[in-house]
Ligand binder design. Sequence first.
Ligand SMILES: Nc1ncnc2c1ncn2[C@@H]1O[C@H](COP(=O)(O)OP(=O)(O)OP(=O)(O)O)[C@@H](O)[C@H]1O
Ligand SMILES: [Mg+2]
Length: 255
Amino acid sequence: MTAPVLEVKGLSKSFGGVKAIRDLSFQVHPHDILGLIGPNGSGKSTTVNTLAGVHAASAGEIVLDGAHVQTLPEYERVALGLARTFQTARLFPEFTVREQIALGAQVTRRSHPLSSVFAFGRRSAEDEAVAAHVEELLDMTGLRPVAETKTGAISSAQQRFLMIAMALAARPKVVLLDEPAAGLVAHERKELGRLIREIRDSGVAVLVIEHHMGLIMEICTRIVVLNFGAKIAEGAPEEIRNDKAVIDAYLGEAA
Ligand SMILES: Nc1ncnc2c1ncn2[C@@H]1O[C@H](COP(=O)(O)OP(=O)(O)OP(=O)(O)O)[C@@H](O)[C@H]1O
Ligand SMILES: [Mg+2]
């Protein structure tokens, strides 16, 4: 049994009187594509935002590759290997696709951004590694044809793939995807499924929130189901599909 790359223990988050997450525990292992599903308002995005450090947890522990990160700011969690995408696009419209991906890599640079100015010959190794990784990500995400296009001018589907490329540019150990299939048509969803599997195969564990059950059931190794902020089921896609509590709370309406 390998150690989990991400361990969530007794996590809770309240907004005033609203208990958005209640005593949530689960683990993400290195070869997992873990699905996080549940009805609207069940706490999925709050879970991702609390894991990422956008919200401070009200209680509980978040352990990333053995390190407790629940009190660290967002950028430190990214630097330690926890990257995420957002439910809606957040891009600089005047940047090219290649520039925008490269921006995602800046968080993990060891050296000060100005060090290259002073380091003379030693500058290039890190810069070249970043540039090579950006080229790999352009190919992996199918964005090579629009590498020189401004992010404001690409399709919304391409923007979704771009956000994933940016998250991967930070060289995460685990990536959190919040509704990556939103607004995608069938062939784009298929491409997304392929990409998510390729991400996992490249050694990056995936936690994916999604309402599109076809995609979830096809790609996930395990699924965690939330309802009113609490976990009501966890298991393989087949177990979840046939779970009475899950059908009553969610799948009855979504299927
Ligand atoms: N910043 C916030 N301030 C106050 N309440 C919030 C905040 N964010 C979320 N909530 C509340 O927490 C609960 C969970 O919301 P959340 O956005 O996590 O649900 P979700 O499962 O992602 O839903 P959806 O499927 O619609 O995206 C909801 O009751 C929501 O109104
Ligand atoms: Mg949400």
